[in-house]
Ligand binder design. Structure first.
Ligand code: AMP
Length: 384
């Protein structure tokens, strides 16, 4: 097949094979859409019988830093994409010598490490909360002085769903938190006084085309997304500004595919970028049931070099996550939940339920986001 730059603009048509690095629920929903459209799907991760592997044409079990395995995987597909951003940049680069990798390794490099991502945003003038990098306890103490209290300390690398995050209310807490995160590189941020957390899921095509799903509102529980309502209950002005910022991020990264930008809306009505996820996002799951083109189909279209699809949302929607906590008294009563009218159940095929683990989600539509949320929550409530 074509190699290097020659393949950069290649269009990948149905019948071809999409390679997905990572094999969780995002890859599963991506694979289901890709297969509906006539693509074959291969997935690679260290696991077996994974959420993606269960619905893919081929499941490869290998470590992400096994460059030979990554090369062999790339030789068997027509394009490589990710459902998991913490793949070593070397692996992405090796694959890119063989087939197009979309989004490219540069976007991955920026977004897989908080310190780098924050610097990227701040250097380009995006609004972010005051932050500082810390590589030692001394730097942590200095950083706390500059950003102010209360602050949140986050490990610089490999954090998600609030893992590796600790709040600091007093300078004296610094030493304890530095120990808790295991003395690794961290960033600290001023705690944001926000009224809403919102996100924009958007796509950029190979030709620079832009499409978005508007601003949606996210409610978290224990730092994990609990409920998304779409559209967000914020002013059109703030929603429009969020979409504009997401568009800028996509262009600044020369991005190809679906991406999510998470924001805080502050008590004084400003937007601050919290973080960027270079992949389909939990807050975009409602698009499967509520939009003409889901975020997963959109990602397939973008990484295959096709036109982006219509993002029209047919009705207000709500999505609730189903965490492993629901299994505390045994398997939840799916029949009861499915007896609630107008709800859509999505389960990810994970054998083992653990506290905080994302096992599935429920989406409901309504005439208002309140009505949609009430239905989705009612369906979850009868589960345990
Ligand atoms: P993150 O992993 O950075 O998205 O953080 C997970 C959640 O922690 C966010 O969605 C917020 O609810 C909360 N959080 C993170 N950073 C801050 C901050 N600087 N100020 C207030 N809340 C935060």
């Amino acid at each position: 097949g074509p190699t290097g730059l020659a393949s950069v603009n290649r269009i990948v048509l149905p019948g071809a094979t999409i390679g997905v690095l990572g094999s969780g629920q995002l890859g599963r929903m991506l694979a289901l859409e890709a297969r509906r459209m006539g693509y074959r799907v291969h997935t690679l991760s260290p696991g077996v019988d994974t959420p993606t592997g269960q619905v893919a044409d081929l499941e490869v079990s290998a470590e992400y830093d096994d460059i030979e395995a990554i090369r062999a995987f790339a030789r068997g597909v027509d394009v490589v994409t990710f459902e998991f951003e913490n793949v070593p940049t070397d692996a992405a680069d090796s694959a890119a010598e063989i087939v197009p990798v979309r989004p490219g390794g540069a976007a991955l490099h920026v977004t897989q490490q908080r310190a780098r991502e924050k610097a990227f945003l701040a250097d380009r003038g995006y609004p972010v909360t005051p932050f500082a990098k810390a590589q030692s306890l001394d730097e942590l103490a200095i950083g706390l002085g500059s950003v102010g209290l209360p602050a949140i300390v986050k490990t610089a690398a490999f954090g998600y769903d609030g893992k590796g995050q600790h709040r600091i209310d007093r300078i004296e807490d610094g030493e304890r938190v530095w120990g808790l995160i295991g003395h690794q590189e961290a960033i600290l941020e001023k705690l944001v006084d926000f009224t809403h957390e919102i996100s924009v899921v958007a796509a950029r095509g190979l030709d620079g085309q832009f499409a978005h799903y508007g601003a949606v509102e996210n409610l978290h529980h224990n730092h994990i997304l609990d409920l998304t309502v779409a559209p967000a209950r914020i002013s059109d002005g703030i929603a429009g500004e969020a979409v504009h910022l997401a568009h800028r991020v996509l262009d600044d990264l020369s991005y190809v595919g679906i991406l999510c930008v998470e924001f805080f809306v502050t008590a004084d009505g400003r937007l601050l970028v919290n973080e960027i996820a270079p992949r389909p996002h939990n807050s975009g799951h409602f698009t499967i049931d509520a939009c003409v083109t889901s975020q997963f189909e959109q990602h397939v279209r973008a990484v295959c070099g096709l036109s982006l699809g219509d993002t029209t949302q047919v009705k207000p929607a709500a999505m609730v996550n189903l965490l492993g906590d629901l299994w505390i008294n045994g398997a939840p009563d799916w029949a009861e939940a499915l007896a609630v009218p107008d709800v859509k159940l999505h389960l990810y095929g994970k054998a083992e339920a653990r506290v905080g683990r994302k096992m599935g989600h429920i989406t409901a539509l309504g005439d208002s986001v309140e009505e949609a949320a009430a239905k989705a929550l009612a369906a979850r409530d009868v589960l345990c």
